[in-house]
Unconditional design. Sequence first.
Length: 200
Amino acid sequence: MFYKAKINDKVRVPPKKLGSKIKESLLEICKEDYEGRIEPNVGVIVTITGIGKVGEGHIIPGDGAAYYETEIEMLTYKPMTHEVVRGTITEATEFGAFVRVGPIEGLIHVSQIMDDFINYDAKLPGFVGKKTDKKVIPEDDVLAKIVTISMKGDTSNSKIGLTMRQPGLGKEDWAKIDAKKEAKKEKEKKKEVKSKKEKK
């Protein structure tokens, strides 16, 4: 889930950036230093949106920079277990599909792609359900549920585990396939009941 957050930190402003407006310098420095990082309390820092209150600058002997106590405003992404998320398939491999969810990459293990026996087709590349003919390939938009979260340092070292095996998850057209399947089952059931009545 995306959040607006604020944190307070001491930001180092080097001498070459002391001449311009201090808030502009702080914004530039914070964008370079914070974007893409993961903070335990706020999650992935997607972007720095602004600078709030700024304290007085302090210097340390031997260091030409100034240090400012700064309120940093940001947009963050913090995944939650059991959260349903929308993402885009970025890659399909024999062991699963990678999905871009906001600023982070998730993995749907081959066993969690769909409630069907599936084949990996390297030509697509992607997965095809044996009974349902449901397909999933790179650039497909999907709905998935977060089942595991591993956040480490930055987005390149962090992963989330996803599933699409529950009703309503997966590609949008899968719901139509499921509805047709249900309608066919219902039709067969009614036919069976009718033939039993006729036999009596």
